[in-house]
Design a protein around this ligand. Structure first.
Ligand SMILES: C[S@@+](CC[C@H](N)C(=O)[O-])C[C@H]1O[C@@H](n2cnc3c(N)ncnc32)[C@H](O)[C@@H]1O
Length: 197
């Protein structure tokens, strides 16, 4: 932890300060923009998970397993390029929302939204501060430590009957209602399925 803090201080405080006092206005502005973009990205990587998309074969499988119905309320916590929510909205007519904290990844999701002509919504922000009380289905692909941290909060936030599909990692304390095993041949991680009692 101390090492990580030192690296962050050097990159985000010391180097920018040294640069700031020796650079022109436009160079300083570029640096400020870079820092503004980088901070949430680093926070997303440390606090949630780095941007690693779920393989499309697994996305298709997870969305199919969810048996989505028209207008169902779907969320992807840390939506990456939006692949879950676009498929859910375009193929099943779900009211899907993806939440993404990393600005560049959020931008990628917005570009893909335009390419897919999707009605899914992409919100910029931290999913920890979002109201999930109307969620009926939640998809996520987050680090095990993150899942452990958000589990008590999810317990309070989501209503009974909400299904949660977690790619690759289990959610501690919760009882599985189903799973899709790892597919070694295609290099696909398992899927864990939960339902809020
Ligand atoms: C492993 S990727 C999964 C992306 C997508 N859900 C998928 O399965 O293809 C995790 C994503 O969550 C985002 N993320 C991490 N922590 C977050 C947070 N607290 N709020 C919103 N997004 C977050 C990361 O920026 C990253 O894009």
């Amino acid at each position: 932890m101390f090492d990580l803090l030192s690296v962050l201080l050097v990159f985000f405080v010391l180097i920018p300060l040294l640069y700031f006092f020796s650079a022109s206005f436009s160079e300083s502005l570029a640096l400020v923009i870079l820092i503004v973009i980088s901070i949430p990205t680093v926070m997303a990587m440390i606090n949630g998970a780095p941007y690693v998309p779920t393989p499309m074969a697994r996305v298709e499988k997870m969305v199919a397993l969810a048996k989505l119905k028209k207008n169902q309320r779907v969320y992807d916590l840390g939506c990456g390029d939006g692949r879950f929510v676009y498929l859910a909205a375009n193929r099943y007519g779900a009211k899907a929302t993806g939440i993404e904290l990393s600005p560049l990844v959020w931008l990628l999701a917005k570009v893909r939204q335009w390419l897919w002509k999707s009605k899914a919504e992409i919100r910029f922000g931290n999913f920890k501060f979002h109201d999930l009380s109307d969620a009926e289905v939640i998809f996520c692909y987050l680090l095990p430590e993150t899942l452990a941290k958000i589990q008590p909060d999810l317990d309070k936030k989501i209503k009974a009957g909400t299904k949660v599909f977690s790619y690759a990692f289990t959610i501690p304390q919760w009882k599985l209602i189903g799973r899709e095993d790892r597919n070694v041949k295609e290099n696909l991680a398992p899927v864990y399925i939960y339902e809020k009692p």
